[in-house]
Design a protein around this ligand. Sequence first.
Ligand SMILES: Cc1cc2nc3c(=O)[nH]c(=O)nc-3n(C[C@H](O)[C@H](O)[C@H](O)COP(=O)(O)OP(=O)(O)OC[C@H]3O[C@@H](n4cnc5c(N)ncnc54)[C@H](O)[C@@H]3O)c2cc1C
Length: 332
Amino acid sequence: MDQKYDLDELPENTGKRLTGDENSEKLIIIGSGPAGLTAAIYAARANLRPLLFEGFQDGGIPGGQLMITGLVENFPGFPDGVPGPQLMQNMREQAEKLGARMIMEDVAEVDMSTRPFTVISSSENKYTARVLIVATGATANRLPLESEKRLWGRGVSACAVCDGALPIFRNNPLAVIGGGDTAVEEAVHLTQFASKVYLIHRRDELRASQAMRARAESHPKIEILWNKVVDEFIGVNQLCGLKLRDTVTDGVSELTVSGAFEAIGHKPNTGFLKGQLETDSQGYIVTKPGSALTSIDGVFAAGDVQDPQYRQAITAAASGCQAALDAERFFM
Ligand SMILES: Cc1cc2nc3c(=O)[nH]c(=O)nc-3n(C[C@H](O)[C@H](O)[C@H](O)COP(=O)(O)OP(=O)(O)OC[C@H]3O[C@@H](n4cnc5c(N)ncnc54)[C@H](O)[C@@H]3O)c2cc1C
């Protein structure tokens, strides 16, 4: 990875280079998923008067990825689970009650080259802020099929760790689509619940690391279907199978499954940053380990946009808290 900035230097700079347009916002938070709203809750309590862009359509809808989820069973504090949209509504209400101000718009552009930073919304309104928290999440890549859209959340998902344990998937055959490390991890995770897991890969060799390949190939519950792509998700109101096409012979077959998990990568929502922050090779914002500090002093990142590994609501919320505390320290 191309390390353009020495992140170890950042704490030394903190708070010393604020040039002040005193009329500018203290803190703008971009994103209203668990990371952005948790950051808003902490920042509001710290009197930073956060202004939060909730987003609209560019990198998902206001409230983020949990708005398109059913029951969330693994967020602490809800013994019976909580519907994703309800959880996000609760977080939003809490942030607003504490004083966070919300704008339901996308951020189209940010200028981090001068201070205060400039934020331009999609309706071309201009804001300035002395500190920014970027919490714009990541978007799961999805197969561009009409049947996929129709059965999304009805047996089709992009997160085995999130949804795999749901009752509809237990003791049933399931499929994972993909061939990288994440796909293999998801397949192995699902073996705890499924009667069998099919790993569907379009090539004749997995992209996953050697160790992960060996794990998939030797697992008694995993069968790899080589050279196959999904042509159609079958089912009316609930997924019951897949129509597969062989990429070598062009032959078509059907596979009975009650769940299909797409593991074909994620795209961090960083387009509006136009390369101003250091990112890794996949486009995730690089943060200094154990903090929310980015390559630019006064800009912090939280949630899935800087986390290629865990991508859970609780880890996003936790890093939102870190970002707000780091922001608060920036003003001390
Ligand atoms: C189908 C599905 C089910 C899941 N189930 C679970 C589960 O059961 N448990 C669990 O812990 N996790 C689950 N997850 C993962 C969880 O949703 C994410 O880890 C979490 O939402 C990440 O939070 P975040 O705040 O980083 O980003 P997100 O939730 O992705 O929110 C990003 C926010 O940024 C906004 N945004 C993006 N671009 C812009 C822009 N240019 N301007 C302004 N705003 C912008 C979006 O509108 C959105 O509000 C699931 C994910 C999916 C896809």
